[in-house]
Design a protein around this ligand. Structure first.
Ligand code: 4AD
Ligand code: MG
Length: 434
């Protein structure tokens, strides 16, 4: 058998050679004496052309009746053709071997399907070019994330998923039975990263986090991936600078490595090319004033609703940093602004084009007694937080960090409306299969 080559590895060197492709029959049409087979092998898509005169009659006849997604191994000669679909090469097919032939029609056909149907068939839908392009943008986003922190000498420290306490409020905790005791799926690795920052100076975690949020919106998953850097001796303003440089780096990397995928997704890349620092910065109060001028009924003191985020981000071409929210709508761990104690030294970054919050973070309260009284105010049992309080007992320093939600970020980069397509097997209010 000839050399096995992946579609995305085919180049000028292969022209005239007979090669083997192992994959699946993606699409098919025929003009009678010529069959056109669209092949996919995971690395890419390409067209194979089968002439009646080139193969034996039995094979030519068999191919005409193959179902979509039949797994096949084909041999053919590589031909350069600029008009070929997908890539500038085509395969003149010489042989085809069926590995497995579906016994029924492939459910996710080339027709339009409703979202509910596609979501129920997510395990098959993920083979489609757009869904694959999204997955590859996600993959490159993850590389960009890790590269950014690794190049800046952060140490990656994995946070646990079973936890004993809440970070982001008790209303969104998934409870699990932990050998008879209460435990929760992690909402955020932040508290553990604060411990890691006191050990390593700069640390980050990157993993799945869970929110039992009964919100059925384009922005909410119950299981999503979050990257959380935490830095000792870093204060609020520097934290915002870090978040800004980080997001600019992700956009740069994706523009550099994902042109093909962004093309498949018909993403307007000019919108992404405009994402260069500095990003606009507003205080919460300025943001509320702006929202009120744009027909929102938000009052000072209230948190943004989904519609508010959409309105806000439509005002700017770049992500916008909104800082200093009212302290009483934010979690216990936030440092309050010494110049205005009713405000927290926190920041949200909202992605443009209506995508909304992709980052939440801020400076952490460093004083032991202040954290203790905040836990008390929120009615939280201090016991499971004793280890966290140790970080204030032993060498407490100013420190800050943030969390970036991967799926919301990828949705923005890909220009896709809903986060459900941004993870292979989304977990949502009404979705746990497949
Ligand atoms: O703003 P959040 O809740 O912040 C934290 O969890 C902090 N403890 C992070 C830190 O400072 N280390 O969540 C951070 C980000 C949000 O900006 C959003 O991008 C994403 O996580 N996120 C969600 N993504 C999808 N579905 C959900 N239900 C999400 N909830 C938050
Ligand atoms: Mg938030």
């Amino acid at each position: 058998m000839s050399e096995h080559v992946y579609i995305n590895q085919i180049d000028e060197e292969h022209v005239g050679d007979t090669i083997t492709i192992k994959g699946w029959l993606y699409n098919f049409r025929s003009s009678g004496s010529i069959h056109f087979l669209e092949l996919r092998d995971g690395s890419g898509f390409m067209q194979g052309v089968m002439l009646e005169d080139d193969v034996d009659d039995e094979l030519f006849e068999q191919v005409e009746h193959l179902h979509y997604e039949t797994s096949i191994i084909v041999e053919g000669r590589v031909k350069e053709d600029e008009r070929a679909p997908y890539i500038n090469y085509e395969l003149d097919l010489e042989d085809l071997e069926v590995v497995n032939e579906p016994t029924e029609e492939y459910p996710v056909s080339h027709k339009e399907h409703g979202v509910a149907f596609l979501m129920d068939n997510r395990h098959l839908w993920m083979r489609k070019p757009k869904q694959m392009a999204i997955a590859r943008v996600r993959h490159e986003t993850i590389r960009a994330i890790r590269g950014f922190f690794d190049d800046r000498n952060f140490t990656m420290v994995d946070a646990p998923i079973f936890t004993s306490s809440s970070v982001e409020g008790t209303t969104t905790l998934f409870e699990v039975d932990y050998f008879g005791d209460d435990a929760y799926l992690s909402q955020s690795g932040q508290l553990y990263m604060e411990a890691a920052a006191m050990a390593f100076g700069k640390a980050y975690c990157f993993g799945p986090t869970f929110r039992a949020e009964k919100s059925d919106t384009r922005r909410h998953l119950t299981e999503f991936w979050m990257v959380e850097p935490e830095v000792a001796f870093m204060e609020h303003d520097e934290n915002m600078d870090l978040a800004e440089a980080f997001v600019a780096h992700i956009v740069d990397h994706v523009l550099e490595h994902c042109q093909t995928e962004l093309g498949i997704l018909e993403r307007d890349t000019e919108r992404l090319e405009a994402i260069t620092p500095p990003f606009p910065r507003l205080t919460y109060d300025e943001a509320v004033d702006l929202l009120q001028d744009h027909d929102s009924d938000i009052e000072h003191g209230e948190d943004f609703g989904g519609r508010d985020e959409t309105i806000l981000t439509e005002q700017f071409d770049k992500p916008v940093l909104v800082e200093k929210f009212p302290a009483d709508i934010k979690p216990f761990y936030m440092r309050h602004d010494p110049d205005d104690p009713d405000k927290a030294l926190c920041v949200d970054m909202l992605a443009p084009e209506g995508y909304g919050e992709i980052i939440g973070g801020g400076e952490r309260e460093r004083d032991l007694e202040t954290v203790q009284s905040r836990l008390d105010d929120e009615g939280l049992d201090p016991e499971p937080y004793e280890w966290y309080l140790d970080l204030r007992r032993f060498g407490s320093v100013p420190h800050s960090g943030f969390g970036l939600g991967l799926e919301r970020t990828v949705a923005w980069l890909c220009g896709r409306h809903h986060v459900r397509e941004m993870i292979a097997f989304p977990r949502m209010l009404n979705k746990i299969i497949p």
